[in-house]
Design a protein around this ligand. Structure first.
Ligand code: ADE
Length: 247
């Protein structure tokens, strides 16, 4: 999968790109990431890309020309090698709120262009012309889209086959589609590792029993109980939960 990140601050991504799963995926040839500095498309000799809003008001607005021209240039990049223009995601607090279903949708695309904003936002004509898929990571305002872009990319790469060591582990994630039998999203069950006892807190007996059927059943119950306790809003359809799991 290919990511093109369009930003005014490419250096923000340096640490993230050189670490963790993303680096593993890049080294294994499963992921490629290209950073593009929007300032390169500035028409100003000082590389300015923002200006005051018409009509007045605080803050600066990202100008339409450098942003649109940068996106168009990146879309056309590498087309001779058969690369598609890509799906354009724009990080923005007014976008649809990210959830696992959207992450799955994005992970199915071969190429994502990830456009990060700064300042008080984009000139509205950026939306009119490019019609991006606007995505928010929550109802709060960040100083820019870069941190949000990393959250999106981080969630997406977990779903690329081969990126996680254990193919199964993203399937058990909270919210994953395969973590439920009816598309209902449940939180992950609790996990334990050694030691078996710490300060009087013991690992549940069933997990040491070796009885895989019982363990699977316990985990399903715990997923349900954890969801009911922490995120009852996710239990919009609990028909598939057996009576004993609910009790
Ligand atoms: N840019 C600023 N705030 C944001 C948010 N909550 N989500 C995505 N991008 C943003």
């Amino acid at each position: 999968m290919r990511f093109d990140i369009l930003t005014l601050f490419p250096a923000i991504f340096d640490g993230y790109l050189g670490q963790s799963l993303l680096k593993k995926g890049i080294d294994a040839g499963l992921i490629s990431v290209q950073l593009h500095d929007i300032r390169r498309w500035s028409r100003d000799k000082h590389h300015k890309v923002d200006d005051r809003p018409f009509g007045g008001g605080p803050g600066m607005i990202l100008q339409v020309e450098p942003v649109v021209e940068c996106v168009e240039a990146v879309q056309q990049l590498a087309q001779p090698q058969g690369l598609q223009p890509g799906h354009l995601v724009m990080l923005s607090p007014r976008g649809r709120t990210l959830n696992q279903k959207i992450v799955e949708e994005l992970a199915a695309k071969p190429r994502l262009l990830v456009l990060c904003g700064r300042y008080e936002g984009f000139d509205e004509r950026v939306f009119d012309i490019l019609q991006p898929d606007e995505i928010s990571i929550g109802d709060y305002v960040l100083n820019g889209g870069e941190v949000a872009a990393m959250a999106v990319i981080d969630a997406v790469i977990r779903l690329i086959p081969g990126v996680l060591g254990d193919e199964e582990s993203s399937q058990h994630d909270s919210f994953s589609r395969s973590n439920s039998s009816s598309g209902n999203r449940l939180l992950e069950f609790p996990q334990y590792s050694r030691p078996r006892e710490f300060r009087g807190h013991e690992v549940p007996e069933v997990l040491i029993s070796g009885n895989h059927e019982q363990i699977a059943r316990w985990r399903r119950e715990q997923s349900y109980l954890s969801t009911r306790k922490r995120r009852a809003d996710l239990l919009d359809d609990s028909k598939h939960i057996s009576k004993d799991e609910k009790d």
